[in-house]
Design a protein around this ligand. Structure first.
Ligand SMILES: Nc1ncnc2c1ncn2[C@@H]1O[C@H](COP(=O)(O)OP(=O)(O)OP(=O)(O)O)[C@@H](O)[C@H]1O
Ligand SMILES: [Mg+2]
Length: 170
């Protein structure tokens, strides 16, 4: 499924729809270059999971993983921009964390492509122009097909609401 987001706010809102559909043990891999919107999308996902304040969430410059707790659920936010070798991921407990039952959000997943699990929600972001981004959301493996469907339904419902609202204005 492909979506064009025409603003940072829309990307965040889309992230919240994704977050609302995630549950314990889910893994999200974010692929895309610098400043494409991975962290903005992550903030939206965290909002959708129920985090109140996401203002402190950023792309960590030194840490490759930040941990949050949202409504009793552990959420692991990885950023592999600076990773030199996959050993660095193993050293912070990659396998254990992926299996821990927490939710994992992985920025720069392309830098750890060879150690990504078999199944995860794959999101490919690319720049269309200054304020517009293309997001491609697919289920890698079968596990996340339901999640992709739910996000699609939510977006369709939102689109219908907007159309109805516009009609009412006429
Ligand atoms: N439609 C859009 N969606 C998301 N961000 C957008 C959009 N249009 C413009 N932007 C801008 O693009 C930038 C995205 O920043 P963000 O930190 O989320 O990127 P990133 O992919 O995490 O980058 P990095 O790899 O450096 O961590 C922000 O400055 C944001 O304002
Ligand atoms: Mg980032």
């Amino acid at each position: 499924m492909e979506i064009i987001s025409k603003s940072q706010e829309k990307t965040k809102l889309l992230g919240s729809y994704i977050g609302e559909n995630l549950s314990s043990g889910d893994i999200v891999g974010l692929f895309g270059e610098l400043a494409v919107g991975k962290t903005i999308l992550t903030k939206g996902i965290l909002l959708g999971l129920g985090m109140d304040d996401v203002s402190f969430v950023n792309s960590p410059s030194f840490l490759i993983m930040q941990q949050y707790e949202i409504k009793g659920l552990k959420v692991y936010h990885f950023d592999f921009y600076r990773i030199n070798s996959v050993e660095e991921a193993y050293n912070i407990g990659w396998d254990e964390i992926l299996d821990s039952g927490g939710i994992c959000i992985i920025e720069w997943a392309q830098n750890v492509a060879k150690i990504m699990p078999e199944e995860y929600l794959k999101i490919n972001l690319s720049i269309e122009n200054k304020s517009s981004r293309k997001l491609k959301i697919v289920s890698e493996g079968k596990k996340y097909e339901k999640v992709v469907k739910s996000i699609n339904l939510k977006l369709e419902a939102e689109r219908k609401k907007t159309v109805t609202r516009n009609k009412n204005l006429c």
